[in-house]
Design a protein around this ligand. Sequence first.
Ligand code: UD1
Ligand code: CA
Length: 452
Amino acid sequence: MNKLTVVILAAGEGTRMKSFLPKVLHKLNGRPLIRWVLSAVAPLKPGKSYIVVGHDKKQVCSELSKDKVIFVEQKKQLGSGHALKQVERYLKRYKGNILVLCGDVPLIQKQTLSNLVSIHKKQNNAATILSSMIDNPFSYGRIYRLPSGQVRGIIEEKDATDRQREIKEINSGIYCFSSPVIWDALKKIKSDNKKKEYYLTDAISFLSDMGENIGAYPNAKFEEILGINNRADLARAEKIVRGNILKNLMLNGVTIVDPENTYVSSQAKIGTDTVIFPGTVIEGKTSIGKNCRIGPYSYIKDSVLADNVEVVSSYIYSSSISKRVKIGPFSHLRPGTKVKEGAKVGNFSETKNSTIGAGSKVNHLSYIGDSYLGKHVNIGAGTITCNYDGVKKYKTIIGDRSFVGSNVNFVAPVKIGPETLIGAGSTITNNVPKKHMAIARARQVNKVKKKK
Ligand code: UD1
Ligand code: CA
C-alpha cells in the first residue's frame, strides 16, 4: 500500500468570508489559498489529485485549469463526509492511501504531511488524523481517546458535551485514509447532528467499530493547521506568513528596519546588506541585489534590481534596473522599463516600455514612453514623449550624450542623433541629425506696453 492519492475538499460555501469570491481563491501573500495546499502536497508526488468543488466551481476550475488535478463536483453542500464521498466512484477499487486535506488550511507543511503518511503506513492504520494540542480549542473538532490512549472518534464542537469541550487535542481536518475500507465507513455516516451535515469526522468511530486501526499524529504546529473561515483568520495567516518571510530574510543578511510595516512576497529574493525601509511592499517574482536601499514607501512588483540600487518612495512594475541606479523620490516605472547602470529617474517622472541608457538622467517631471535613450543623455525637466496619436503608439530614439532642454515635446515617431542639443520648450516633430542643435518654438517678441 505505497500508493498515494490526494483529495482536497473545497466545495464549502465559505459563508463566513462574506464574499462573492470562492473562499479558496482568496489570496494569502498574493497566492490563492488552494495553491498553498497544492504546493504543500506536491513534494509527496501523489499519483492523482482530486479537488472537490461546488460553490462557484467555475472560478476555482479556471484558476487551476493548467494544473494536473481532477475536479469532482459536489452539487449540494451536505457536509465534509458527503464531499469525500463524491470521489468514491473514481477510487472504489483503488488499493492505497488517500491524503485528505481542506482547501482552507493553507499553512500546512510538506514535512508534517509526509510524517503523517509514514506513520499511517507504519502503524498499518485505516485512518490517521493530523491533530494538534492547543490551549484554546474553540470551534475545532476534538479527538476523543479511550483511557488506553486509543483514538475512538472525533466530536464536533457543536455536538460536544461541556466535558468533551475541555479536550485540547483538536482535529486539523487533514487525514490519511486507506482505500477501499474508507468507503465502507462513509456509507454509514448520517446527518443526525446539530449542523444536519454528513460529517467526515464520523467515519473515524465507524472505522473503529469495524475493528480497524486508528491513529492520530498530534505534532502539527497550530500555525500550520489554522483554518481560514473568515477574514480575521486570513489576516492572522497573512501575519504569520509575513513574519516567517521577513525573519528568513533577516537571518540571511537583509536589514528590515520595521518588520511590522514591510511586506515581501514569498517568491521575492533579496541580497545581502540590502536595507528595506518602512512602508515598502515587494510583490511577485521580484529579485533585489546586494547593498540596495529600498524605501521608505515603495512598491515593487515582478522586477529585477541589480546591486547598489536606491529606490525612494516609488512604484516599479515589471521593470529591470541595473547597478547603481537611483529611482525617486516619487517615480513611477511602468512595465517594460529598463534603467541601465548608474542612470537616474527622479521626481515625478514616469516611464513605460523604455530604455534609459547608462548614466542618463530623467530627473524631473517627465513622461518617457516607448523610447530608447542612449548613454549619458540628459532630459530636462518637464520633457514629454508624445507616443500616442489616439490610435497607435510610436517610438522616440535619443542618441548618446544628447542634451535635452526643459519642457521639450518629442512627437513620435522621431529619431534624435547622438550629441545633439534640443532647445528648451521645443516641440520636435522631425528627426535631428547627430551633433546638431534643434530649436522649435516661436520666437519671443518684446513690445512696448500700451499706455491706458
Ligand atoms: C472541520 C472539521 C473539524 C476540524 C476543522 C479543522 C468536519 C465535520 N469538521 O470543521 O473537526 O476541527 O475542519 O479546520 O469535517 N466542505 C465541502 N463540502 C461540504 C462541506 C465542507 O467540500 O459540503 C469542505 C470545505 O470546503 C472545507 C472542509 O470541507 O475545506 C471543512 O469544512 P468546514 O465547513 O470548513 O468545516 P469546519 O467547521 O471548519
Ligand atoms: Ca474550515
